[in-house]
Design a protein around this ligand. Sequence first.
Ligand SMILES: [Zn+2]
Length: 309
Amino acid sequence: MSFSNDVRNELAREMGEKECCQKSELSALFMSSGKLSRESSKYLLSLTLDNAATARKAFKMIKNVYGLQSTVNVATRRFFRKNRYYTVNTQLGPDAKKILSEMNLYQGLIRKINWSQLGKSCCKRAYLRGLFLSRGFINRPEGSYHLEIICNNSKMASDIKKLMGSFDLPAGIVERKASLVIYLKEGEKIVDFLRLVGANKALLDFENVRILKSVRNNVNRQVNCETANLAKTLDASLRQVELIQEYVKKSGWEGIPFNLRELAWLRVEHPDFSLKELGSMLDPPLSKSGTAYRMRKLETLIEAIAGEQ
Ligand SMILES: [Zn+2]
């Protein structure tokens, strides 16, 4: 099963106790995936979802909050990746107008946020939860970090971006086919989102993978760095050996000043040794920086003499 579905199933089980939050979550579901129709004087609200657990949750919340009994239909969509979908139908009674205005649906279905309902932080979080349940997707943390909410129009997208912004979640918006997609790319912000909506198990799974990945990256970086250093050292060493050998061919070992001769000889004998190792073999031994200094002196001298010849 996809990680998105894991998160949705977890969130669908998470039933906020407070009525304010349940109302808010329902609003988010209807705002993003609802439909309102009217037959004579009766209003029918329907909610189409692709996750069974979310449909069950909506059914329960509608009953808890408004005392209304809904029906749930399951249908199969052909030529579509997710071929099952669930429709929660609710016939509204005499207080239909009150419910519709609360959900910002009175004027028909408006795909934007009813901010008056989102005064409290608990309700904002519940709203985000509802949005994820109906329109959210999240990549497995093993892949690239990505969480998105698919929007119908630009007003809905800018409202959701603003809502996420109020929790310091810097969302981007991108156009995809006929819809707009709100997304988060930073692992840390995705973790914050999961925490805010109450997906605690998914959060732990996500964090575990994130830690493993960062350890692996650090190790890789270190290995790459060491390999690069080694290659650099070896390059330098081979250049020194070449320089010394060419010089010795013409001028002999005696041509090298006595205080530099031992180091030159050790270098040619041990091209794979670091300067530190060469320094420890000198008599008397020399520190790494002392050896480096002497090697530079040797190179400069040889180059200068070679230049004169
Ligand atoms: Zn609340």
